[in-house]
Design a binder for this molecule. Structure first.
Ligand code: ADP
Ligand code: ZN
Ligand code: ZN
Length: 737
């Protein structure tokens, strides 16, 4: 008789449970298989992963349940992947099942794609009165009888109704066919051999490839301004890794996974590429997963989760825009893709490349200390465009001069000037919505979400007050709920408000708003981009999404409405983020043949972040930032572990937080833990979200490993004691709660 040890996938937070199940006669379930098993009293069917097999089982055999079915056509993880999942489980204090789940498609059975095709039956007669859509459909069909219906419709521009009427008249017939072997999602042929690398690019690529050939687990920081040709270096390296029979991962932040980038990679690698993005459905995902596992796709491109694609033989991992906080998962397991990539590269003995125009302080510091090898690209690849002139505008002076609007005189004049010259301008603001909050002028009452106690944000287009934390939306009120006064006002400025004020100032200008609300549709971002490219907009008002990856040759002015908003956010990362953001936004100006100008409005023009941005002096920023991090014992000079405690009863959460602080304190005094400092407990910045109370604790330690060990010990003790207060650990958090 055969038995299997199965880890059952419960909720992400439940502790791991490994159970023994009986393997039915004739069922083949090697280690690494995903199975369906009956669980608990009601025999609820759950997914499970086979971790081991045995001939015998402990306990009474009669009570052992049987595996119901196997999912997918083959095992879903290998020993190597199990090893990575175990490493993550310990490091990030997360159940093993939740780590394993990352490596596995949601539904491995969904791999068969049913497609609809069309077949030509007879020529249309004059009496059929076929319209132009129908005619063009028929001519495309005649040329490509093997295309799917959706492709035919796309190519001919025919509507579904045209197809239906052709079918009704008996001119064509539609039929379904299922296709079992996953076809690539990218249908392109590799036609582009790539650019001839310039000297700097060549040097960088050679260095990376040498490490690859020699099997060195080196870490590289490819530090080069936007447009310096980093992507071209990545592609050249990937090409050589593929030629040696290995595979490569290229990770990008989701926001830069634009159609332009995918197309560019498609031209270079054709269908050897697998693109994993969040818009894939379960079937597409499972099919790409299979193609990767079988070695048909050797280049995996995607956001942080693409790292878990089952590449049989990887030889290189590249993280583009390595400083981006979207590489950190904010749900269990709270991993950082950079850390996971490092571990994968170390285990596999191959190089890791971190690319950025504005590296994280951690990576910059490692390069300074020789823990990463620095590769510099110092100028733009195409035309060595002059750097834009960056000027800081002191808003205190504007206010003293009686200007109470959000626009300085200088910014208005510069906008006017661009309109007159028929050039484009960008106004950048780090907040969406119409205003930040609604308050009463008489009594000062602020309208807040009752569950999170955070001010509502007014969204004018929908005419709703929306809580940006839990998403609750309510109708705006006309009178103050506290004193009944009718004088409610909107405070602060959002993109919507700025766009409206601008329309008042420049009635003839075409103003385009670009933020998460206006680009939320499937093609929203692409459409906005085309509007800019085709010069259908004069002034673009947007949030950080306009700072990323788009080429906008007609933009010669970039205005930053307020640099201070993100500078003073209560998180030690805020200075670094502001630096990165401003540098990127400034990079939007003057990429064509016209020089650009950048105006940054601020109440704090002497701040080192603003000074170094204005002087294009990155090195000075890193010097000051690292000095201040060292003084404050922040990363990279120390490691943080943030623990968030949540529960429905405020008193209990507070008490549990105090208790956990005590446990950590006690442990920190042991020899093994050494030098740990426990900070807190304190209510989280957002003390309450959707009626769940939140307290936090911070533990600081100069070294990572003792911190992880200590957290493991203390949290286990805590969880034994408290069942209704959850504790979630976050190593090296990118957001302070
Ligand atoms: P980055 O990734 O650093 O922003 P890209 O690799 O996207 O830079 O390059 C920016 C532009 O310069 C692209 O249009 C690219 O095709 C072009 N480019 C890059 N390297 C070269 C080269 N060696 N010769 C000619 N053009 C290049
Ligand atoms: Zn009031
Ligand atoms: Zn809320």
């Amino acid at each position: 008789m055969a038995f299997a040890q199965i880890i059952v996938k419960l909720t992400a937070h439940a502790a791991d449970s490994i159970y023994t199940y009986r393997v039915p006669e004739g069922m083949n379930v090697p280690v690494g298989s995903m199975v369906r098993v009956p669980f608990g009293k009601g025999d609820r069917m759950l997914d499970g992963f086979v971790l081991g097999l045995s001939e015998t089982a402990d306990g009474s055999i009669g009570r052992i349940k049987q595996i119901a079915s196997v999912s997918g056509r083959e095992p879903v993880f290998t020993g190597r992947e199990l090893g990575m999942a175990e490493w993550m489980s310990r490091r990030y204090d997360a159940p093993l099942s939740s780590c394993l789940a990352l490596f596995v498609p949601r539904d491995p059975d969904k791999t068969t794609q049913v497609r609809v095709y069309a077949r030509f039956l007879r020529d249309p007669l004059p009496a059929d009165r076929a319209g132009s859509g129908q005619k063009s459909f028929l001519s495309v069909l005649a040329e490509h009888p093997d295309w799917s219906l959706s492709l035919l419709m796309k190519a001919s521009g025919a509507a579904r109704s045209s197809v239906r009427s052709l079918e009704n008249k008996g001119i064509i017939e539609c039929f379904e066919e299922s296709d079992e072997t996953p076809a690539p999602l990218v249908m392109q042929k590799a036609t582009d051999p790539g650019k001839e690398l310039n000297a700097e690019q060549r040097q960088a690529a050679d260095r990376i490839i040498r490490a690859f050939r020699e099997g060195q687990n080196s870490k590289f920081l490819l530090y080069g301004i936007t447009g310096s040709g980093k992507t071209e270096v990545y592609m050249s390296c990937m090409e050589q890794v593929l030629a040696a029979g290995k595979g490569a991962y290229l990770l990008v932040p989701e926001i830069s996974l634009t159609p332009q980038l995918v197309e560019r990679l498609g031209r270079r690698f054709g269908d050897r590429i697998a693109v994993l993005h969040s818009r894939l459905n379960d079937t597409e995902r499972s099919r790409e997963w299979l193609r990767i596992r079988r070695g048909a796709a050797k280049v995996v491109v995607g956001p942080r989760s693409a790292l878990f694609a089952p590449m049989p033989d990887p030889g290189l991992i590249i993280l583009d825009e390595e400083h981006e906080s979207s590489y950190k998962s904010e749900i269990t397991p709270r991993y950082h893709a950079r850390e996971v990539a490092e571990e994968m590269a170390a285990r596999g003995g191959f190089p890791l490349v971190l690319g950025s125009a504005t590296p994280s302080c951690e990576s910059y510091y490692q390069a300074m200390e020789g823990q990463a090898e620095l590769l510099r690209l110092s100028r733009r690849a195409v035309q060595d465009a002059v750097l834009p002139a960056i000027r800081l505008i002191d808003m205190r002076r504007e206010m003293a001069a009686g200007n109470m609007t959000g626009f300085s005189g200088e910014l208005i004049a510069a906008l006017k000037d661009r309109l007159a010259r028929n050039e484009q301008s960008i106004l950048f603001l780090n907040r969406r919505g119409y205003s930040s909050f609604v308050s009463c002028r008489k009594c000062g009452f602020v309208l807040r979400c009752p569950a999170c106690f955070l001010p509502y944000t007014y969204h004018k287009e929908q005419n709703l007050l929306i809580c940006h934390h839990c998403g609750r939306a309510v109708q705006p009120v006309n009178t103050c709920p506290s004193c009944g006064s009718r004088y409610l006002r909107m405070s602060g400025m959002g993109t919507e408000r700025i766009a409206e004020d601008l329309a008042g100032l420049f009635p003839d200008a075409r103003i385009l708003r670009m933020d998460a609300s206006t680009t939320s549709g499937k093609n929203g971002f692409q459409e906005a981009y085309e509007q800019i490219r085709d010069h259908k907009a004069d002034i673009i008002v947007g949030t950080q999404m306009i700072a990323k990856g788009m080429d906008m040759p007609l933009v010669t002015l970039v205005g930053v409405i307020s640099a201070d908003m993100s500078l003073y956010y209560p998180d030690f990362h805020s200075t670094e983020r502001t630096f990165q953001l401003l540098t990127q936004v400034a990079g939007r100006a003057g990429r064509g043949d016209r020089p650009g100008e950048v105006l940054i409005q601020t109440y704090e023009p002497k701040h080192y972040v603003l000074q170094s941005v204005a002087a294009h002096d990155d090195a000075e920023f890193y010097r000051q930032e690292l000095a201040s991090r060292q003084m404050l014992a922040c990363p990279p000079f120390a490691h943080f572990l943030q623990i968030l405690l949540t529960g429905r009863e405020e008193d209990k959460v507070r008490q549990a937080a105090g208790d956990l602080a005590g446990i950590l304190q006690r442990e920190s005094e042991t020899a093994e833990s050494g030098e740990a400092v426990v900070l807190g407990p304190s209510p989280a910045e957002l003390g309450r979200i959707d009626n769940i109370f939140r307290w936090k604790l911070l533990v600081r330690h100069p070294e990572e490993e003792p911190l992880i060990r200590m957290a493991g010990v203390c949290l286990e003790e805590f969880r034994q004691k408290y069942r209704d207060v959850a504790a979630a650990a976050d190593l090296n958090p990118v957001n302070m709660y």
